[in-house]
Write a protein that binds this ligand. Structure first.
Ligand SMILES: *[C@@H]1O[C@H](CO)[C@@H](O)[C@H](O)[C@H]1NC(C)=O
Ligand SMILES: *[C@@H]1O[C@H](CO)[C@@H](O)[C@H](O)[C@H]1NC(C)=O
Ligand SMILES: *[C@@H]1O[C@H](CO)[C@@H](O)[C@H](O)[C@H]1NC(C)=O
Ligand SMILES: *[C@@H]1O[C@H](CO)[C@@H](O)[C@H](O)[C@H]1NC(C)=O
Ligand SMILES: *[C@@H]1O[C@H](CO)[C@@H](O)[C@H](O)[C@H]1NC(C)=O
Ligand SMILES: *[C@@H]1O[C@H](CO)[C@@H](O)[C@H](O)[C@H]1NC(C)=O
Ligand SMILES: *[C@@H]1O[C@H](CO)[C@@H](O)[C@H](O)[C@H]1NC(C)=O
Ligand SMILES: *[C@@H]1O[C@H](CO)[C@@H](O)[C@H](O)[C@H]1NC(C)=O
Ligand SMILES: *[C@@H]1O[C@H](CO)[C@@H](O)[C@H](O)[C@H]1NC(C)=O
Ligand SMILES: *[C@@H]1O[C@H](CO)[C@@H](O)[C@H](O)[C@H]1NC(C)=O
Ligand SMILES: *[C@@H]1O[C@H](CO)[C@@H](O)[C@H](O)[C@H]1NC(C)=O
Ligand SMILES: *[C@@H]1O[C@H](CO)[C@@H](O)[C@H](O)[C@H]1NC(C)=O
Length: 335
């Protein structure tokens, strides 16, 4: 699932252009020269029980409330999605989120990492399913599906706190629940790296209505059926999130060319610009678990592949987020 990050310039487009242009980004470094991405460059622990955090910005149309369960992403009867996104980017790293998914048939809770050239790593929960979570990934906006998603088992993700982790290195991506590995994707297994997410990413947390009346049949089916907004509110809770950027002390990341390869990413700090020294298969980070973790077994997780149609995938990836387009006189627009 992928949100649209529209620039102010994009708001000048017509409604129909926006609907057609579902998979745009502010600036795609694969075909444009884009501004550098601000680097996180360190580890941050965000405790949402303390309230709003400056590391995140709310997307237009989003208001988040905070309580003892942390950030509350509330879908009310108007069906408006709620999304926040980090201001800074990480270039490989480890992200752990303590989350309770939203209730409700067709309601989709999500924790997504996404880059400017549309590499993406996902966790998604369906409100109507109390026994599974979905993992997924995309490389460079390649939305053909095959067997990219899996559905690890998880007990009662709506009413039980679990910690969901993505550990992302040049060697592999791992998804873990409560420190139990549920999936490993090695670089070579993602179309010899071509589909392997490898460019600087922001972290996005959101809750949206996949079972909305205006979603495609494929999206509604994937989301578990039609949503009944009269049963709202449907609330996703995020108590805390720890974000570790494996590239330390950088101030920004620049695409050195238009390949979208991790090797082309230039790490800038206040004194120098250096091309990354990462190489395929390299383990980085404070706890390079991508190799070690692959020996862990997942005691109560049964993984299964779920085929999502190409069309369903494209729709669901773009269907989740609501953008404020005040300039167009719309309060919001679901893309
Ligand atoms: C750049 O690539 C994006 C994503 O593929 C596409 O939507 C956009 O139209 C392209 N822009 C140009 C100027 O080619
Ligand atoms: C939840 O998802 C699992 C795995 O796809 C499936 O076997 C199960 O039937 C689903 N449960 C419901 C209530 O849809
Ligand atoms: C997209 O991914 C599919 C499945 O792995 C692959 O067959 C196809 O060549 C990829 N397309 C591009 C443009 O890389
Ligand atoms: C695994 O099972 C145990 C005991 O049944 C449960 O407490 C735990 O939450 C489960 N873990 C996941 C990830 O569902
Ligand atoms: C889900 O619904 C049940 C029953 O209404 C409620 O007790 C529970 O708090 C809800 N969970 C969430 C995450 O909203
Ligand atoms: C984050 O919240 C979870 C769930 O309540 C809790 O178990 C964990 O200790 C918290 N982590 C931190 C770093 O506060
Ligand atoms: C870079 O310089 C800015 C402005 O002087 C400073 O605030 C920041 O801490 C520096 N960052 C690093 C990583 O040295
Ligand atoms: C990053 O900056 C900190 C604080 O200045 C320093 O202690 C650390 O050695 C630096 N790490 C790297 C990899 O440059
Ligand atoms: C980094 O690599 C890219 C592509 O290989 C190259 O175009 C660029 O000049 C390099 N930049 C630096 C600072 O070495
Ligand atoms: C900037 O990067 C260079 C090369 O990696 C390193 O030697 C230098 O210590 C870094 N400076 C800061 C302020 O982190
Ligand atoms: C780590 O994983 C990489 C990629 O699969 C593999 O080539 C390498 O041999 C592994 N290293 C160790 C120490 O297992
Ligand atoms: C490193 O990761 C492994 C595998 O996930 C885990 O067993 C170990 O406790 C971790 N070590 C630290 C210091 O976090």
């Amino acid at each position: 699932m992928r949100s649209q990050i529209l620039s102010l310039a994009a708001t000048a487009l017509t409604f129909s252009q926006l609907v057609v242009g579902q998979t745009t980004t502010d600036c795609n470094p694969l075909n444009s020269t884009c501004p550098s991405d601000t680097a996180l460059g360190k580890t941050v622990m965000v405790d949402f029980t303390l309230g709003e955090n400056s590391e995140f910005s709310a997307e237009s149309g989003t208001t988040i409330t905070y309580g003892t369960n942390g950030a509350e992403f509330i879908i009310s009867s108007d069906g408006v999605a709620k999304t926040i996104i980090t201001n800074d980017y990480i270039f490989f790293g480890k992200v752990s989120v303590a989350l309770r998914a939203a209730n409700g048939t067709g309601i989709v809770s999500s924790f997504v990492m996404e880059s400017d050239d549309l590499d993406e790593i996902d966790w998604e929960w369906l409100g109507g399913n109390t026994t599974k979570v979905e993992t997924n990934y995309f490389g460079k906006d390649n939305t053909t599906s095959y067997d990219r998603s899996t559905s690890p088992a998880v007990s009662d993700p709506q009413d039980t706190w679990h910690i969901y982790t993505i550990d992302w290195t040049p060697a592999a991506i791992t998804w873990s629940i409560d420190s139990i590995l549920v999936r490993t994707l090695h670089y070579a297994d993602a179309l010899d790296g071509a589909n392997f997410p490898q460019t600087p990413m922001r972290i996005k947390l959101g809750n949206w209505v996949g079972g909305a009346a205006d979603e495609s049949a494929g999206t509604v089916e994937w989301a578990g059926g039609s949503s009944d907004l009269t049963e709202a509110p449907f609330t996703m809770y995020v108590r805390n999130i720890t974000i570790e950027d494996y590239t330390t002390n950088g101030t920004s990341y620049t695409y050195g060319d238009k390949t979208g390869s991790y090797e082309s990413i230039i790490i800038n700090n206040n004194s120098t610009s250096t091309n990354t020294s990462y190489s395929v298969g390299q383990n980085v980070g404070s706890n390079s678990s991508s190799n070690a973790s692959s020996t862990l077994s997942s005691s109560n997780s049964s993984s299964s592949s779920v085929a999502v149609s190409s069309e369903g995938s494209r729709r669901l990836k773009s269907g989740g987020f609501v953008l404020g387009l005040v300039g167009l006189g719309c309060t919001y627009l679901v893309l």
